[in-house]
Write a protein that binds this ligand. Sequence first.
Ligand code: DP6
Length: 343
Amino acid sequence: MSSQIKQFSVQAPSNIAFIKYWGKHGRQLPNNPSLSMTLKKCVTKFDVQYELTEINQPCVDFLFEGEIKIPFKERIENYLMSIDDIYPLAKKLKLQIESSNSFPHSAGIASSASAMAALGHSLAYIEAITENKSVDDLPRRASFLARLASGSACRSLEGPFVVWGKSIVANSSDEYGLVLDNVHPVFTGLKDSVLIVSKTQKSVSSSTGHQLMNGHFYSEGRKVQAQENFRTLLAALTNGNLKDFGEIIENEALSLHALMMSSYPSYILLAPESLQLIQEIRKGREETGLPMYFTIDAGPNIHLIYPAEQADQVRNFIVERLQEYCVDIIHDEAGCGVVRVNG
Ligand code: DP6
């Protein structure tokens, strides 16, 4: 085995879930199938240097935008220790990662999905190179490894639409994300304008939120609802039915937040401005007939989703009616997943 230092760069996007992953069991296995859109502009870049040593312990140096980040170093080292049984190189790895985000720090965009997707791809790539394996299976192995670091990250390796979790989609799996085929052209280049109402760190992490689904009064109902919404959304994506699509993604977003509010302990991540935006979007949709719909992550920011064809009209609507509630807006759209350079 070579101990030579090698390097490459990886760029991985964030994703926005339309059917939400909420609740997990076993080794990062989801309680229900989820479906997301991979973003294009909100990406994390990793510049990676690595070598293989005989130290028998992973060693990671992690810099975020030039600054050493000990919590992230420890998180990755602990993660590597935890996957030792399925990733045999884990304890031999000496990694140096210089990371940066294309989106503003603390913009309320989930950076763990993009960062852990970049990590999953990096590890799968190092493994393929070291073991002289084909890189054809890389997205699947990368997604599998990313999932073990953060569930939603496994949907960021490819795009534009990805399914994670055993479902009616052929070959879908609880262990990795799978690109959804046969999506209607009306969804090509689908837009996501992220309406940022607050940049403060969320008060309760997603990991804690997932845990609170264990023993939740609505947990069995949630599984049934997610399966049902998944089926309807899949049909809408295949047939080009924007109205059904919109109804489901809004229902999923509000159900996610209802589950948080009805957990013990209960918590609320929505801000007053989030509700004002929801009302304005629904009212504006009635008035203008524009096919624009919202979804929400585990935070207060609103993702406004609309087809590329209506982009100009929706952008005008954002300026006229929504901008006043926002501290920032990021205009993103459907993307294709990880890109690697110099390697
Ligand atoms: C609300 O993937 O961040 O964004 O697996 O514990 O890292 P861990 O959780 P995470 O949960 C994301 C939850 C969500 C919905 C979704 O993306 O599907």
